[in-house]
Design a protein around this ligand. Sequence first.
Ligand code: S3P
Length: 172
Amino acid sequence: NDVSLREQSIVLIGFMGVGKTTIGKAVAKKLYRDFIDIDEEIEKKYNMPTSEIFNLYGERIFRQTEKDMIIDSCKQKLKIISVGGGAFLQDEVREACMSHCIIFFLDLSWDSWKERISLLIDSRPVLQGKNIDQIKQLFYNRQPIYEEHHSRVVTDNLPVDEVADYITESLK
Ligand code: S3P
C-alpha cells in the first residue's frame, strides 16, 4: 500500500440508519476532506432511488455496482466514505477497504435503532416485507461482520458532532 497512513481514506460502516452519512459529512467538514456517500453515488448513476434499483434491476446488480464503486473510491486518498449497511457482506469490499482505508464501525444499540425504524422502512428495500423479529435478527446477524473491524464507535445518545470529534481525535 503506497498511500501513507495520514492520507488514507476513512470508511464508515454499520447497520442501515445508524448515521453513517450524517456523521461522515461532519467528519469530512472537520478534516476539510471530500465526502463520498456510496448509496448516493449509486442512485446518481441509475438516476433513481435505491428501492427502485432493487425493484427494476434486482439486488445482485445493486451489489455489483456497490462493490465496483467502493473498490474504486477506497483507493483514493483523503476521502471520507460512507458505505451501505450491506456492503461489508461482500468479501472483496471488506478486503479492499481493509487494505486501503481506516475503518470505523458506527455502533448503535438495537433499542436505540428500533426507534428509527419508521423513518427508514420506505427507503430501505432490505427491511421491506420483514416483521420486527426478522429485522432484529438481521441486525444481530450483521453485528459480527461490522465488529470484526477494530475501531468501534458507540453512538447511542451522542450528538453527531461528538461522534465526529471522537473519530477525528482518534486519527491523531
Ligand atoms: C442496505 C443498506 C442501505 C443501502 C441498501 C441496502 C443493506 O444503506 O445500501 O438499501 O443491505 O443494509 P444504508 O446503510 O446507508 O442505509
